[in-house]
Design a protein around this ligand. Structure first.
Ligand code: N01
Length: 539
């Protein structure tokens, strides 16, 4: 449903407004509208459904999480019947899947595309959220559910002169269809995270010349792409509910056999075998989670993994000096990266690594990029520089809760939130994968959170309550528990989007519950048993 001047939203009053129609927003809409029978509609500034899969159309984009857990489970028929072609599907297939879900459940009629929500202000008297769209329309809703994306607000570093560049210049997360075929072109990719490495491996075979601008080398392991495994499909179809329950009842919800063996509890030779098997099998999270249980909590265990990966880099990359530039020196404690054939790309004549630690970018001019060493002419510049993660998109909406509290001020030194879903003094506002939620794969956990938050809404409505707010003490305790848990891992010791360290000026903060999904679900169950004690319901 595309809003237009003749189809103004002004004055629209809903029971629930959902922001976003990505993986989380789509299911929230289905659950609220069709399962709970509420008058719910969604808003998305994109021209179609898909969220991150709508925007990220860059060459090489694919899911690096097993498709068996990167899907919905609420529609059991679809769960059984959807035929993923690959274990790690490409972006067009994921987007086609999300469109198929939206079409099967007739969700698009309740989504206002091309509609950005600029502001959400709580009206205490009427107990509703008053939303303002970018066209100035006013919409009111008793509940606001935000599925705005954990990794969606693009991080675009400022390089002097970028506006003068005469060639094609894109951020990967806003890839235009007009980009066309880049074969034969001189391409610069800035950034070597999950996005950058997918771009590099996709572009290297056909680029005229590919320059990879690397600031910090990262640990990349093979993904192990291939057809969707028949045995995995058999497990999924034999017992969908059991499959999903077993998957959720793990730490990270990646459909993996998470190891509990400490790395140093086995001999060096046995360890080598475990790492080699994981390398041959592929899967980024598998290498981190299925090998040993303490890679992300013990520096010594972490060292054994990083030694192994560095040895692989030195084996694959023929030029020893280049291999050293590609070898990370710090901990393996960012979100793990996996793609097939990344290091092999650097054996190609048409691929050049530009080491930004040796020579930083000084400017972009009409014809290319200048580092402190040299000028490199380019036809295409691609920013693969990541996201203002977790909080970025929430803070783009001018959100004002009770007592005039503005979210931008409240989160100025770092976020606070409860269970990744609510914020004290922002009643009836629910976040899908907001700050201090579990550090896991997303779609099945989206469903879990959405079911939980909507059960809470149902509980409040059944009791005749108009408002649901979070007890600030419960929130404080939860944030403290999350921070303590994060400190037990190695993640805070390396700058990355996990802790806000990737965006200049962003407060560095723990933003996740690191004790795992099973512990998270136990905590949510406990809250239900306590009759939702951490929430304050109001008439
Ligand atoms: O972003 P990143 P991403 N000058 O933050 C560099 C998800 N995802 O888009 O390390 C030069 O990981 C930065 O360098 P450094 C996934 O969860 C999923 O790649 O800060 N370089 C780094 O190399 C992933 O974790 C899939 O020194 C600059 C890169 O840009 C998350 O999105 C696919 C720079 C950013 O890496 C983010 O991944 C893709 C500057 N000024 C993404 N600023 C799937 O497969 C930043 N960089 C599901």
């Amino acid at each position: 449903m595309a809003a237009s001047a003749s189809n103004t939203l002004d004055g629209l009053t809903l029971e629930v407004a959902v922001i976003g129609s990505g993986v989380g927003g789509l299911y929230a809409l289905q659950r609220l509208r069709d399962q709970l029978g509420l008058q719910a509609e969604a808003f998305d500034d994109a021209g179609g459904v898909g969220g991150t899969w709508y925007w990220n159309r860059y060459p090489g984009c694919r899911v690096d999480t097993d498709a068996s857990v990167y899907c919905y489970s609420f529609d059991e028929d679809l769960f059984r019947s959807w035929q993923w072609s690959e274990r790690y599907p490409r972006q067009p297939e994921v987007l086609a899947y999300l469109n198929a879900v939206a079409d099967k459940h007739d969700l698009k009629r309740s989504i206002h595309f091309n509609t950005r929500i600029l502001a959400a202000h709580w009206d205490e008297t009427a107990a509703v959220w008053r939303l303002t769209t970018a066209r100035g329309e006013a919409v009111a809703a008793r509940y606001l559910v935000e599925g705005v994306g954990l990794l969606s607000s693009a991080n675009l570093p400022v390089f002097p002169g970028a506006e003068r560049f005469q060639g094609q210049i894109y951020h990967a997360a806003r890839w235009p269809e007009a980009a066309g075929d880049l074969a034969g072109k001189r391409i610069g990719v800035i950034g070597t995270g999950s996005t950058g490495i997918q771009l590099v491996t996709a572009l290297a075979p056909t680029a005229g010349h590919l320059l990879v601008f690397q600031r910090t080398p990262q640990y990349v392991v093979p993904l192990g792409c291939g057809p969707f495994p028949a045995e995995r499909r058999a497990q999924m179809t034999a017992d969908p509910a059991g499959y999903v329950a077993r998957t959720l009842n793990t730490a990270a919800v990646f459909g993996l056999e998470e190891s509990t063996t400490p790395a140093l509890s086995v001999s060096a030779a046995a360890r080598q075998q475990v790492y080699e098997a994981a390398w041959q099998k592929g899967g980024g999270f598998g290498f981190m989670l299925e090998t040993f249980g303490d890679i992300i909590i013990s520096r010594e265990a972490n060292d054994t993994a990083t030694d192994f990966i560095r040895a692989k880099i030195r084996q694959i990359v023929q030029d020893p000096a280049l291999a050293e530039k590609l070898c990370p020196r710090d901990l393996y404690a960012k979100r793990p990266l996996a793609v097939d054939g990344y290091y092999d790309c650097f054996n190609r004549d048409n691929v050049t690594l530009v080491d930004l630690q040796a020579a930083p970018i000084v400017e972009i001019d009409e014809s290319g990029i200048r580092t402190s060493h040299e000028h490199m002419p380019l036809d295409v510049i691609i920013f693969a520089t990541g996201f203002d993660a977790v909080t970025g998109n929430y803070l783009k909406i001018d959100t004002v809760g009770r007592h005039g509290r503005r979210l931008q001020q409240q989160w100025a030194k770092g976020p606070d939130a409860f269970m990744g879903m609510t914020i004290a003094d922002f009643p009836n506002l629910f976040m899908i994968f907001g700050p201090f939620g579990p550090f896991t794969s997303q779609p099945l956990v989206h469903e879990y959170q959405i079911n939980w938050m909507t059960n809470l809404m149902r509980h409040a409505r059944a009791g005749g309550y108009r408002t649901i707010d979070t007890d600030p003490h419960a929130q404080e305790n939860w944030v403290a528990r999350c921070c303590r848990g994060a400190e037990l891992t190695l993640f805070p010791q390396v700058d990355s989007w996990i802790n806000g360290g990737n965006v200049p000026g962003k407060p560095r903060a723990s933003m996740f519950f690191m004790e795992g999904m099973a512990a998270y679900m136990q905590q949510l169950d406990e809250i239900v048993r306590e009759d939702y004690a951490p929430f304050v319901l109001g008439r």
